[in-house]
Design a protein around this ligand. Sequence first.
Ligand SMILES: NC(=O)c1ccc[n+]([C@@H]2O[C@H](COP(=O)([O-])OP(=O)(O)OC[C@H]3O[C@@H](n4cnc5c(N)ncnc54)[C@H](O)[C@@H]3O)[C@@H](O)[C@H]2O)c1
Length: 249
Amino acid sequence: MKLKGQVAIVTGAGRNIGEDTAKHLAAEGAKIAVVDFDQERGDKVAAEINASGGQAKAFLTDISNEDDISQLMRDIVQLWGGIDILVNNAAISDNKHILEITKAEWDKVIAVSLTGPFLMSKMAAAEMVKTGAGGKIVNVGSTSGFYGRKRAVAYASAKGGLVSLTRAMAVQLAPHNIRVNAVIPNKIGSPVGKSEFDPTRPVVNLRGRNGLPMDLARAVLFLVSDDSDFIVGDALFVDGGVSAMMVGD
Ligand SMILES: NC(=O)c1ccc[n+]([C@@H]2O[C@H](COP(=O)([O-])OP(=O)(O)OC[C@H]3O[C@@H](n4cnc5c(N)ncnc54)[C@H](O)[C@@H]3O)[C@@H](O)[C@H]2O)c1
């Protein structure tokens, strides 16, 4: 087991990419804090991990709320004694054009999708520094953070910022033996904010199949395990090669 006895937080672990990531990390022996602001989803995933022989607990947390996060960190440290791994997966999108998005809509997306990972990382890293054992942080970005899109102006901006946050934290936390990286998905399972998968959606990538939550989960597992010990501040594309393709070629 690659993560035996380690404590891992996975945000947005109630479904899709976060759910599979939580289950993959649990299967490698990590104790999982299943963080979601949807109680039912979080409870279900934690129960499934426990039923399959893993160890998990659901924590009802809004990652855009600083008080919620402080409480979360206190609860986890009290329960399991420390934090080894943080996966910043939860995010929301706006699906808006710049000419129509309101400031309130912009603020909400940035609060969850960029400030959330910042606050979670700041507070989890403080716990990692306290124990002196180091740790790993993985941010779940998006190809939307690299390329212009017709919609989702706030989401694209948050995800672009998340890559810069990854590099800044990689440098600032390296002296504490905390390794920070990002994964960059494109079209995995159901779209962000939705539970339903549309099988008629055209597949545009170099693998000729839809991306699965498991594809991301495996990449995150790699980045939080010692198999990736020399990889720091990286943004690993898990997109079936779509970012390698020239538009219109
Ligand atoms: N699905 C994709 O095709 C895709 C593509 C690119 C990037 N991503 C990224 O992958 C990550 C996961 O995407 P997904 O499709 O699995 O998302 P999803 O919408 O299916 O699941 C997100 C989970 O996060 C929870 N959540 C939302 N806001 C929260 C908050 N404020 N506090 C706590 N929990 C909250 C939701 O309840 C939900 O369970 C996101 O960062 C997303 O931007 C996904």
